[in-house]
Design a protein around this ligand. Structure first.
Ligand SMILES: [Zn+2]
Length: 118
């Protein structure tokens, strides 16, 4: 179903790019405090609205990605997190991709590295 994507089609400026905000939940929880409580409630809201997906799961938390947003909304979401006490380095904006890449992976296309184990 993704065969057409393999064609070398030039980027179309008309199609708006989507962005995501990667949140390092594991570090957020390890730091603790009121940002953690705020995040727990906010993450549930993002999850209910279909704007949160899990990238990796560790023993405590993991990494999640908020989105997809247009760039303005992604900036707003990140600023909102920081305003509520989340450290700036724990919230990273990157291009949205259909495949949920692991934190740190900068690819937008599907990659085998981030394919979940069956
Ligand atoms: Zn990847």
């Amino acid at each position: 179903m993704s065969a057409q994507l393999a064609l070398d089609i030039p980027a179309q400026p008309a199609a708006p790019e989507k962005w995501g905000v990667v949140v390092d939940e594991a570090r957020l929880y390890s730091i603790g405090g009121s940002p953690t409580d705020w995040w727990t409630a906010s993450a549930a809201q993002f999850h209910r609205s279909g704007r949160l997906r899990h990238l990796s799961t560790l023993i405590i938390g993991g990494s999640v990605e908020l989105g997809p947003f247009d760039r303005e909304d992604a900036d707003f979401a990140r600023t909102h997190l920081i305003a509520n006490g989340v450290r700036p380095e724990l919230a990273t904006i990157r291009r949205w991709s259909e495949q949920p890449h692991l934190p740190g992976c900068r690819k937008a296309k599907p990659c085998s590295l981030c394919t979940p184990a069956p």
